[in-house]
Design a protein around this ligand. Structure first.
Ligand SMILES: [Fe+2]
Ligand SMILES: [Fe+2]
Length: 383
């Protein structure tokens, strides 16, 4: 699967002539490496009091954590098992803002590759889990309020197929296919690497929560994403090869500091839905959205890579997804979504929510990218 929804942004794409020179702040030349750095990813720089408290705690192994329970006015309701609160109060934090999204991202990474110098056991530290839960409540509460869900799962899935095509498309992949410059493709790959270097990992968590057709279909797709038994074909590996073609650093987590909140939120949604059994319906809705929209978006990105001469591995990643995701789309619709809803019809609304929440956050990310690129600015945060 590739993420890269292409037809749902309301933004029209504009930009200058093709070229390779980027604005100040664009990604620089990379160094060689693998999808996993030898020493593990480095902790990022803080973006405010919440992320600062979480990162300090992980760096030092002790210290105050953010306080404040979203939606609970009575401070006596606070969990007495948590660490002494820092002065970072998350009840006022912008749920889509840099600080909260980075704090959540860092806490989720403890369940993936972790960070250099941070003990593996921190994954299950009760104080950190309490903070994560509160950040999730803030984020999920905002999504439930802001995301419009029109109809059930089938209507929402059908809506994914009526995206603009060809020259009329206004999304990021249309823009990149038509007129994207090499520096913009590099920025796109750097930001998408937050997911693609752990491609399909957030969705693997749902497997024990499924049964029958849904489980079998999901496992079949995940088997492909994880290379069908061949390490060199693991999609995260193929993406690292793409990054190398583009002259990017392929180390896991290398571009976290450069990723704005809009890019973090897209990945945080996957982790949120993947880690909670109660959100399994939404996770399947999210997964279906990615698989259904991946094939046409990948075709456009493969064309963009060819036009800019990005390199054979860069072309291969997206070529591979044109083929694979055309099949995955069928499996996800007929087996995973239908199988799940046959088993648990009460999850229909959750599947629809997962679809709409994915589109909502992808649209915000697209607006950020196209807004920056149209103004000839880098879409990355300054290092
Ligand atoms: Fe994939
Ligand atoms: Fe796929």
């Amino acid at each position: 699967m590739t993420v890269g929804l292409s037809g749902h942004s309301a933004l029209a794409a504009q930009g200058g002539p093709a070229g390779t020179a980027g604005p100040a702040g664009t990604v620089g030349p990379g160094r060689s490496g693998g999808p996993e750095g030898a020493d593990g990813p480095q902790l990022p720089c803080a973006r405010g009091p919440l992320s600062g408290a979480v990162i300090d705690r992980l760096r030092q192994g002790s210290g105050p954590l953010p306080s404040g329970r979203y939606g609970t006015a009575d401070p006596s309701q606070a969990d007495p098992s948590e660490a002494a609160p820092s002065n970072a109060d998350l009840s006022d934090a912008d749920p889509y803002g840099e600080d909260l999204q980075l704090a959540l991202y860092v806490l989720y990474e403890l369940h993936y590759q972790g960070f250099a110098g941070v003990a593996d056991d921190e994954e299950w530290d009760p104080g950190l889990l309490t903070v994560r839960r509160r950040l999730e409540e803030r984020f999920l509460g905002a999504l439930r309020q802001d995301v419009e869900v029109a109809g059930g799962a089938q209507e929402s899935l059908a809506g994914l197929l009526v995206e603009p095509t060809g020259e009329d498309g206004t999304g990021v992949t249309h823009y990149l296919r038509r007129e994207g410059r090499l520096w913009q493709l590099r920025e796109y790959a750097a930001l998408r690497s937050l997911y693609h270097l752990k491609e399909a990992d957030p969705h693997a968590w749902v497997l024990p929560r499924l049964r029958g057709r849904a489980k079998a279909g999901m496992a079949a797709i995940e088997f492909d994403e994880f290379g069908a038994g061949r390490a060199e074909d693991v999609h995260a590996r193929l993406f690292a090869d793409l990054m190398a073609d583009l002259g990017l650093d392929t180390a896991y987590g290398r571009y976290l500091d450069q990723a704005p909140a809009e890019a973090l939120a897209v990945v945080n949604l996957m982790s949120l839905l993947g880690l909670h059994r109660s959100l399994r319906g939404a996770l399947i809705g999210h997964f279906a959205t990615v698989e259904v929209t991946s094939s046409p978006g990948s075709r456009r990105l493969a064309q963009a890579m060819r036009r800019t001469g990005a390199g054979p591995a860069a072309e291969r990643f997206y070529d591979e997804h044109v083929e694979a995701d055309a099949v995955h789309e069928q499996v996800v619709r007929r087996e995973v979504v239908d199988g799940l809803l046959s088993d648990e019809p009460g999850l229909d609304g959750d599947v629809a929510f997962g679809i709409s929440a994915t589109l909502f956050l992808e649209d915000r990310f697209a607006a950020h990218l196209l807004g920056a690129w149209r103004a000839q600015r880098s879409a990355l945060r300054s290092p």
